[in-house]
Design a protein around this ligand. Structure first.
Ligand SMILES: *Cc1c(COP(=O)(O)O)cnc(C)c1O
Length: 364
């Protein structure tokens, strides 16, 4: 029998979260962002739940081919555009829309031979300082693109650095408006956090929103808000079983480094999940976990293949008990990935993208 650990992807939850995105998006169309193999869920597994989106946005050309392989004939957007000139051939062949964020990408387009002109999203660096044309260079890039026979429609795009945080989006929005406010073309400005938190911001207009993390049941502004607040459901469950129990006496320690010492007699369970499965080693004692759908905490250090959980309040639990590391547990119990991520000093995005290849994953 294989180790009991597995990851489940929940198409119904993906579809639910997409509906939540639509409620916030108003008239704007919704890109389902499926980069990084659909945030670790697997593009093919996530597709079923996300196919009601208006388009799919991602970075990797091989992943774009996989979206087409799912039978998707609608819009596909390359969020970083092309990495080298010959990528444009695949864009022509698969009818991919692509971001243009630098002058070289315009040069490549100008030299590209195609019968079908491309739809492009011209990206402004409005303050994130990652990709995009500086505001003062944006209009000339726009004019140059517009004049190319290889280009069909030019849309406008920027990306917010602080949509989930106190600084907000107003400063970047002002920069964008000042430099491009009067340019014709559809616009795509908001990511998940901007969509949820700044939907009503004055002057924020989107024709396309880019819904990433919210689709996967993680709150972009946790712990200020959690998934229940935003009406989101976990889309990935990491689950395993107890493979042993131990009875501790006062003074007994648990695991490598003896990081936990029992103050009283207590029982712990050993779950078949460790950092080699993608569960973060940085999670200390007390990280929330569900055993048979009941909330308890981890005990001591996470090791490569196992971790310990506190069974003090779970006298019925034993070998074979269901352990939910994150996601949807038995009996409707929910453990948001955000809580586990917080205990590890990271964000839900990182955990869902890092489930190890040795963990079997399937759609439920
Ligand atoms: C990843 C990404 C998104 C999605 O961000 P979320 O925070 O997951 O919603 C949107 N836009 C761009 C350019 C991205 O790279």
């Amino acid at each position: 029998m294989p180790r009991p650990i597995e990851a489940l992807v929940h198409p119904a939850a993906l579809a639910h979260n997409l509906r939540t995105a639509r409620r916030h998006a108003g008239d704007a169309r919704v890109w389902a962002v499926v980069k990084a193999n659909a945030y670790g869920h697997g593009i093919e597994r996530a597709f079923e739940g996300l196919k009601a989106a208006d388009g799919f946005a991602l970075l990797d050309l091989a992943e774009a081919e996989r979206v087409r392989g799912c039978g998707w004939r609608g819009p596909v957007l390359l969020l970083e555009g092309c990495f080298e000139p010959r990528d444009l051939e695949l864009c022509s062949r698969l009818n991919l829309w692509h971001v243009v964020h630098c002058a070289e990408q315009i040069d490549w387009l100008a030299a590209h031979k195609t019968h079908e002109p491309h739809r492009v999203f011209l990206k402004m660096n409005s303050g994130m300082n990652r990709l995009g044309f500086a505001p003062q260079a944006f209009r000339s890039a726009y004019a140059r693109l517009n004049a190319l026979p290889q280009v069909d429609e030019v849309s406008l795009m920027t990306h917010f650095s602080d949509a989930d945080a106190p600084r907000g989006i107003a400063h970047q929005l002002a920069t964008f408006e000042a430099a491009a406010g009067d340019l014709p073309g559809e616009r795509s400005l908001s990511n998940s956090a901007a969509l949820l938190r700044h939907g009503a911001a004055p002057g924020l207009r989107n024709d396309w929103v880019r819904a990433g993390i919210l689709g996967y049941g993680s709150a972009p502004d946790f712990p200020e808000h959690d998934i229940a607040h935003w009406d989101l459901q976990p889309t990935m469950t990491l689950q395993t079983r107890l493979i042993a129990t131990q009875q501790l006496q006062p003074g007994d320690t648990v695991g490598y480094g003896s990081r936990y010492t029992a103050e009283r007699a207590m029982r712990i369970g050993i779950a078949a999940c460790g950092y080699a499965d993608g569960y973060p080693r940085h999670c200390g004692t007390g990280t929330p976990v569900l055993v048979d759908g009941q909330r308890t905490g981890t005990v001591g250090r996470v090791s490569m293949d196992m971790l310990a959980v506190d069974l003090s309040s779970l006298p019925e639990a034993g070998i074979g008990s269901a352990v939910t590391l994150w996601g949807q547990g038995p009996g409707g119990a929910v453990l948001a990935i955000d809580e586990v991520a917080q205990a590890a000093g990271t964000i839900g995005y990182e955990l869902m993208c890092a489930v190890a290849p040795r963990v079997p994953m399937r759609a439920d």
